[in-house]
Design a protein around this ligand. Structure first.
Ligand code: BGC
Ligand code: BGC
Length: 756
């Protein structure tokens, strides 16, 4: 199977972008337990293992457990050699409780030590080490940090996502590590949620396509190659939509919605060959996912055919008792989780799982067949990763660290992500781009903050500590000085993120008369997971006041929003003259923003989510028609301006009537009718005009990016198939119904009749 998007220039040149699914399927064969030679090795080893050795393999402990002031090598040795620990994760904490970034050499030395200990065990089974390299290698000093997923999703460019993943894989391997707890393929449909920035946004198709690009980037070279890492799709299933909006609180999701919206990206990830999966900490309809045999075994392992390793999230078996209160004690929690289909427990601090599971098997409460299945899945990944051949950091992989070309990819991704939301015309001219002769007043908590650019999982878990960022990472203020000249930039912003003080406001009033424009950097400081939970989606009052003061100066105000989720700003939108959304653009985000402000780069990002206008109106774009009448966002899904104008001049389907099973070719002609060269991201939607289950207003079915010179016209052809009009019916089965369909692109639409 190949996915095609054809781009034809009017000169007749045909460019075919085809992602070959061939590579994916051969990769999948290896990952999904259909390689007989590998299966033989694994089962031979399992048959030689004692119960204790098996349960040891299923136990994962955090590195922090082994740190007092320094590494307690005796304790580490004891866990690995005496208990046969299967996996270690994460970095350790410093005195203040912050997770520490290590140097590449420290990581390599640690991996070498761990694998040496593993060689002392009876069966010499190597340890599988896992870390979070979420937008680059979180706990590696000097690692390349890319934009967060929410920004990458705005770029609508799987190739840049893929390139970033390949670099991340290499930097993980440079550390001697082979397992990355990434990508997040949850669909971000609750903007209050503190992990929104880790998602690819609100549309399941977009999430699925980009998740697949990441998994290919991590795994396609073959896990035994030193350029690959095992991926971990997470957090299965339904984590992004807690009813309260607070992290790790219950979700209530009808199964028809689970299957329509949340399951498809996992299906795609399994098909792309994802080796491992992490389970959602929360509950769905009252059942913690860690205790759901239905979701883990019946749906994931059996229905989707996932043969990889299932790991819990942090402490989540213990939480079945302590937080969910569905188990009376830890032993019951272990029984529930393992019988549900958990293969490895991220315990992560003690041996409670180990001891309880051994007892449960002896008492016949967990069948040995379940244990064997779990261990098979763990060993399969370890074999495939080449850990049995050489578990140590390979020679040569040091060179994968910090290559100059990496920054280019991070910069390119940020350039493509930045989304222009507003551009007023003042005295006959658009306010953006700015002339490089202008003097700029730079204000606001984002101007001198690297943490704000990066967000979660950035050299520390919370990403907040400014001192951990490499000094050469430019802040927005520095990037503007570089681009416009130091003498053109008046900086009144504090160092690092600080709430806006009344003094800041008066400084802004004082210096505004000296400037031609105000660059106002607002948004959110960094946060990760539960500490990022909020009660109000509105941008904090102190920042709104600063914006109002800026507007009152009478100078043009350009708002740069750096934020992980859409903070509501309706009060200030009318008075801002230009608005650029940077999301979390990463370490190269500031230079990308400066290029966009100055006009060297023409912005092309498109919102991967609905930007809400009101706190009481949090809707996604793909609502059924009766809800859609209330869709009143600040900016809709897919919104994004440019310094030029793109027009879809025609949209045609190759058939009026389509027989289900056949392919419909839809061709759009797109013209850059404005004064500048630029790129345009095209979103193609399908609307089912009548269906048994109230159809959404529109569903994203394809997207692509095109570069067009000023005046240039290109033709793009999209191939649509049954998958594009399949929906989940009331009996929870995929269904296609005959009837009228509408295809929408830009302001054009075309209809056809689907026959069954
Ligand atoms: C760890 C994170 C983990 C979190 C869970 C932190 O100490 O570094 O990886 O997700 O605890 O609460
Ligand atoms: C997070 C996961 C992460 C794990 C290990 C958990 O708290 O939810 O996303 O992979 O910690 O750090």
């Amino acid at each position: 199977m190949k996915k095609h998007i054809l781009v034809t220039t009017l000169a007749g040149l045909v460019l075919v972008f085809a992602f070959s699914c061939q590579d994916i399927s051969s990769h999948r064969k290896k990952t999904q337990g259909t390689d007989p030679a590998l299966e033989k090795k694994v089962s031979a080893l399992v048959s030689r293992m004692t119960l204790e050795e098996k349960v040891g393999q299923m136990t994962q402990i955090t590195l922090d457990k082994f740190y007092k002031e320094t590494l307690d090598t005796a304790l580490l040795h004891e866990y690995i050699v005496k208990y046969g620990l299967g996996s270690v994760l994460n970095s350790h904490h410093d005195k203040s409780g912050m997770t520490v970034a290590l140097s590449m050499q420290e990581w390599r030395a640690l991996q070498t030590r761990i694998q040496k200990y593993a060689r002392e065990t009876r069966l010499k089974i190597p340890v599988l080490y896992g870390i979070d390299a979420i937008h680059g290698v979180t706990y590696l000093k000097g690692a390349t940090l890319f934009p967060q997923n929410i920004a990458l999703a705005a770029a609508r460019d799987p190739s840049v996502v893929h390139a970033a993943a390949k670099i991340t894989a290499k930097e993980v391997r440079a550390c001697g590590i082979r397992w990355n707890f990434d990508p997040v393929v949850g669909v971000g449909r609750q903007p209050l949620w503190s992990r929104f920035e880790e998602t690819f946004g609100e549309d399941p198709y977009l999430v699925g396509e980009l998740g697949e690009a990441v998994i290919r980037g991590y795994e396609e070279d073959g896990l035994d190659k030193p350029t690959a890492v095992a991926s971990c799709m997470k957090h299965y299933l339904g984590y992004p939509v807690p009813l309260t909006g607070k992290d790790r609180t219950p979700a209530y999701i009808p199964e028809i919605v689970l299957r329509q919206i949340f399951l498809p990206p996992y299906k795609k990830a399994v098909e792309a060959g994802a080796s491992t999966v992490m389970i959602n900490s929360g509950s769905i309809n009252g059942i913690p996912v860690h205790a759901s045999r239905y979701l883990i075994t019946d749906v994931l392992k059996e229905e989707l055919g996932f043969t990889g390793l299932v790991v819990t999230d942090w402490q989540d078996i213990i939480y079945l008792r302590d937080q969910h209160h569905v188990a009376k004690d830890n032993k019951e929690a272990v029984m529930m989780a393992v019988n549900a289909g958990i293969d490895m427990s991220m315990v992560p601090y003690d041996l409670s799982f180990y001891h309880d599971l051994i007892a449960l098997v002896r008492e016949g409460k967990v069948p040995m067949s379940r244990i064997d299945d779990a261990v098979t899945r763990i060993l399969r990944v370890k074999y495939r990763l080449g850990l049995f051949d050489n578990p140590f950091p390979e020679k040569g992989t040091e060179d994968y660290y910090e290559k100059p070309g990496y920054k280019e990819v991070a910069l390119q991704a940020a350039r493509e992500a930045v989304t222009l939301l507003k551009n007023d015309t003042l005295q006959g001219n658009p306010v953006l781009p700015l002339s490089n002769k202008m003097r700029l007043l730079v204000a606001g908590p984002g101007a001198n903050s690297r943490a704000m650019l990066n967000g979660s999982w950035s050299y520390s878990w919370q990403g907040k500590d400014e001192s951990l960022y490499p000094a050469e990472v430019p802040t927005i203020r520095q990037a503007l000085e570089e681009k416009f000249g130091k003498n053109k930039v008046i900086n009144i912003a504090p160092d690092g993120f600080q709430n806006v003080s009344p003094q800041q406001v008066s400084m802004l009033r004082k210096y505004a008369p000296q400037a031609d424009a105000i660059i106002l950097c607002l948004g959110e400081n960094s946060y990760a997971e539960s500490p990022g939970s909020i009660d109000d989606l509105t941008l904090p009052e102190d920042q709104l006041l600063l914006a109002e003061a800026a507007a009152k100066t009478g100078k043009p105000v350009i708002l740069i929003l750096t934020e992980g989720r859409p903070r509501i700003i309706n009060r200030i939108v009318p008075s801002m003259n230009g608005i650029l959304l940077a999301y979390r653009p990463g370490n190269m985000g500031a230079p990308a923003l400066a290029e966009v402000l100055e006009g060297e780069v023409n912005p092309s990002g498109r919102l991967p989510y609905t930007y809400p206008r009101y706190t009481g109106n949090l809707m996604t774009y793909d609502m059924p028609v009766r809800a859609a009448q209330y869709y009143r966002p600040q900016w809709p899904f897919g919104f994004g301006l440019s310094y030029t104008t793109f027009r879809v001049t025609s949209l045609k389907a190759d058939k009026d009537t389509l027989q289900s099973g056949d392919t419909l070719l839809v061709t759009a002609v797109v013209k850059n009718s404005g004064p500048r060269d630029g790129a345009v991201a095209l979103d193609l939607f399908v609307r089912d005009m009548t269906a048994t289950v109230a159809p959404p207003m529109r569903k994203l079915r394809k997207f692509t990016r095109l570069a067009l010179k000023s005046g240039e016209t290109k033709k793009v052809t999209f191939a649509l198939t049954d998958e594009d009009w399949t929906f989940i019916d009331p009996s929870l089965k995929p269904r296609i119904e005959a009837g009228k369909m509408r295809v929408l692109l830009g302001n054009k639409e075309v209809e056809f009749f689907l026959k069954k």
